[in-house]
Design a protein around this ligand. Sequence first.
Ligand code: ATP
Ligand code: MG
Length: 199
Amino acid sequence: VQIKTPKLPRQAVGIMGGTFNPVHIGHLIMADQVMAQLKLKKVSFIPDAQPPHQDHKETIDAKDRVAMLELALAGHQGFDLDLLEIARGGKSYTYDTIVELKRRHPLADYYLILGADMIEYLPTWHRIDELAKLVTFVGVKRPGYSTKAKYPVIWVDTPEVAISSTKIRQLVSNHCPINYLVPDKVQAYIKEKGLYLEH
Ligand code: ATP
Ligand code: MG
């Protein structure tokens, strides 16, 4: 007797890692475009506990970065939030995260969505050659950065957005508006909590 086991389909899942200090429309536009153009089932936003390379003295508490992501992602079909890096704590290495995700979801194929600045930086990443075998890198152009890459990258054509979290933090600390640069609810949260007012 042959026992039939149902063959479950593999799932294409996008990963948007970052510090999201704070999340801005550049992040949302790139995730949305990549999800649609590559026909991904979903995109998981994974805020880091501590960025491995960035100087993190300006990084605000994870609780506030997560609260802003919740506000920004609410109601967007296919966007979800995974707090595994914050739960793990310490330096957040993408390699560790992908190993853990693949253990939890063996049927998922992961597409790591990265801005051009990060693509340039890949050669310096922790266990990069092993990571490169576990995921597909998806690049999104970013004004001011080249599309040079040492690893195979699928470049997705999206409107280029010259917005960064650094620029938003500067604007807030200079008492300039951030209208249209972040979702309205994120803007209200920053104002209510008095985030990014001092350097
Ligand atoms: P910061 O200025 O603090 O570094 P950021 O705007 O670069 O903030 P991150 O949280 O560092 O945001 O980035 C998360 C991911 O989003 C990275 O892969 C980064 O390259 C990408 N990214 C952020 N903003 C853009 C943008 N405007 N265009 C393309 N990619 C972007
Ligand atoms: Mg950055």
